[in-house]
Design a protein around this ligand. Structure first.
Ligand code: FAQ
Length: 311
């Protein structure tokens, strides 16, 4: 009966064990996971666009090869995540339709433009850095398939983060024009990276329930603080500054204090008014339409070669 199954669900959560696809789960738990995993998956594939703009303009063959591999990894992350959402009974097609119709969110960060080559470095260092800080705790999320997808994604994200850091380090130690380009990129990406963690705790409607279900393990503000604490010494090592005059070590708290985030800007980006919202979604729709023949061919092939047939 439902009461018994609900009790079993609660026991599994309380024991810090994993919920698996065939287990009973409350409808709201399922809906929350689909929402978060879909938003995450969409972020991965929309997130390919800002950096892909620099593939043809990468300054060397080595940098080009690295960037192609990184952008390809993001596509892979999208696939793991759409796969995790499928285990909850929602098809990839349905989720993509909602993204294309503007009914699903993706991370605010990908609505900002990549103006120079140094932005590729700043994205790796800050955006991938923020993503890892947020995602490492998700490896212990209560839903098994999402937690397992996160383990693999985090390993690849760490590599991406090092890539960005190394790129920025090279620019920061190059000519004065290269140094200025690196600093300008960090100035533009810093605040939007802090927004990736979501609204402040007192304005985050989802946190409490998601923490109770052990989907989230920390609040948005806790992770944002952790990220700031990680970045301050890294910026120093890079020889770059973070664009916040209020950054100050707080001995009592044992953390870096930082200035106020512009939440009005965050809300505007979520409402579709960021610098690149329209461009990102129209390019995604176009890519999907242009890929229709690939999906058709793959389905036709699958129909001709039943499961288990060697390709
Ligand atoms: N952008 O109550 P909360 C990447 C929404 S990393 C847009 O705090 P929650 C890697 C939120 O969904 C980026 N929307 O919600 C990469 C909710 O919407 P709803 C993706 C945001 O879920 C790197 C509403 O605001 N990572 O892609 C944002 O408890 C480089 C209220 O917020 C993930 O998705 C935002 N920044 O906490 C790829 C991680 N923040 O549905 C390419 C998984 C909040 O109520 C290149 N997600 N919202 O209307 C999470 O950890 C959580 O969903 C949070 C939000 C922490 C993002």
């Amino acid at each position: 009966d439902t009461a018994g199954r609900a009790a079993a669900f609660e026991r599994t959560i309380a024991a810090d064990e994993r919920i698996e696809p065939r287990d009973w789960m409350p409808d709201a738990y399922r809906a929350t996971l689909v929402r978060q995993i879909a938003q995450h998956a969409h972020s991965e594939i929309i997130g390919m666009q800002p950096e892909a703009d620099w593939i043809t303009r990468a300054p060397s063959l080595r940098r080009k090869a690295i960037l192609i591999a990184k952008v390809q990894d993001e596509a892979g992350h999208g696939l793991y995540l759409y796969g995790a959402a499928e285990t909850l009974g929602t098809s990839r097609e349905e989720l993509l339709d909602k993204l294309h119709a503007g009914r699903h969110k993706y991370s605010s960060i990908f609505n900002y433009p990549t103006l120079t080559w140094a932005d590729v470095g700043a994205i790796g260092w800050l955006v991938d850095g923020a993503a890892i800080t947020n995602q490492v705790p998700l490896c212990r999320c209560s839903y098994g398939p999402y937690a397992r997808a996160m383990v693999r994604i985090c390993k690849e994200e760490s590599f991406h983060q090092r890539q960005g850091y190394e790129l920025l380090h090279t620019l920061a130690h190059g000519t004065s024009a290269q140094r200025a380009m690196a600093q300008d990129a960090v100035d533009r990406w810093w605040w939007p990276s802090l927004m990736m963690f979501g609204p402040p705790d007192d304005a985050s409607p989802r946190t409490e329930q998601s923490m109770a279900w052990r989907i989230k393990r920390h609040t948005n503000d806790e992770l944002r603080q952790r990220f700031v604490d990680i970045c301050v010494p890294q910026a120093e090592a890079l020889g770059l500054t973070l664009p916040d005059p209020e950054l100050r070590w707080n001995e009592e708290r044992g953390h870096w204090d930082f200035g106020p985030v512009d939440w009005a800007e965050f809300r505007a980006v979520l409402a579709g008014e960021g610098p690149c919202n329209e461009e990102r979604i129209s390019r995604r729709r176009r890519a999907h339409a242009e890929g229709a023949w690939v999906r058709e061919a793959a389905s036709a092939y699958a129909a001709k070669h039943p499961r288990g047939d060697a390709a």
